[in-house]
Ligand binder design. Sequence first.
Ligand SMILES: *Cc1c(COP(=O)(O)O)cnc(C)c1O
Length: 406
Amino acid sequence: MQSYDPDQAMTEVRREFGEHGGVTPSIARSATFTVIEPQTMPEIFRGLRGPDKGGCFLYSRHFNPTVDVLARYLAAMEGTEFALCTASGMSAIACTLLQLCRGGDHIVASDTVYGGTHALLKDLFAEMNIRTTFVDPSRIEEFEAAIVPETRVIYTETIGNPTLKAADIPALSRLAHEREIVLVVDNTFTPMMISPARLGADIVVYSMTKFINGASDLIAGAVCAERDFIYRLMDLHTGRVMLLGPTMDPRVAFDILQRLPHLGLRMREHSARAQAIAERLQALNAPVTYPGLTAYAQHTLVEHMVNMGYGYGGMLTLDCRTRERAEQLMAILQNEERFGLIAVSLGYFDTLMSCSGSSTSSEIPPEEQAGMGLSPGLLRIAIGYTGGLEARIGQIERAVRAVGLV
Ligand SMILES: *Cc1c(COP(=O)(O)O)cnc(C)c1O
């Protein structure tokens, strides 16, 4: 376990108060910003005056004061020099990869990634002549074997969606750096619980739509990296975020700023409940996968990577083998037991359940799903923290018995 505490690290950056001494930051809802001296404007355009160099703002697609506060807190949490907020997780991923790769380049990626990311790499990037080789994230030798002279990026999720296979971030970092390749890690499933940049990742991307915001009421993303890379994304001539334009609205930044202080508490509670539910399901001999179980294939690796005190996350899976059985189980869990909601996404206070193969991973063809170990009956459950824990355990126990899973 790592002794790094991201929650503590966030309290050590400069705290932002609102105008008039507000305990919350103010929302800077301005598209454009005025300067006192006309000479300041050309200096901003030449990159000599930015939010971190004298606090000059220009235009909110570039940098915005409220969005910047959130970025500073995220960088502190992640242990990176800088961060940038985007309009969605997909835009954070796409802009990062497009900044690093051009036509002719190659990416080695985990085969166990979010469906949208899989489509981006396999279908959209292929049209732009950026090729991707997909490999099993639990096998470092597959990443190594897939590297070619054109490889620019190794891309993985810390704990992959939806099979929950873990990537060995320290080992991937050593491999990437030996070959002068950039390691990009999507840490959406495990904020605070695992800090990939501290384990050697160069760039950490997030869908903040999930755990970080935690309220399932907005779409947002982030890129955490060195200052130079963030400035490249914001470059006036070639910046992928600056020119493709998926910047974050300051009202969204404010909402997330109000929820970031309890991300640590929420992660601990998601983890504690998922652990208890997984243990009960395991005791019943249900086909459960959860990184916090010693029976989980990569438990020792994940135990090494986690920050102490945050547990093993809020995600677990139940392999019902067939889609019919998974749908039957979800229907009982939602409509009879009121255990959770049939919905995609994760990180909400209520439990969300979906059958991945026919929903969030449906972009991946069935043969490839089988290859990555994704069964058509895999039920992904994002454990929430409402209700009494014992009552919740009783609900899921009755439901797995009702469908004959145990
Ligand atoms: C949801 C998700 C994304 C995409 O994020 P959006 O905010 O929906 O654009 C990317 N990666 C993972 C792991 C996700 O769960």
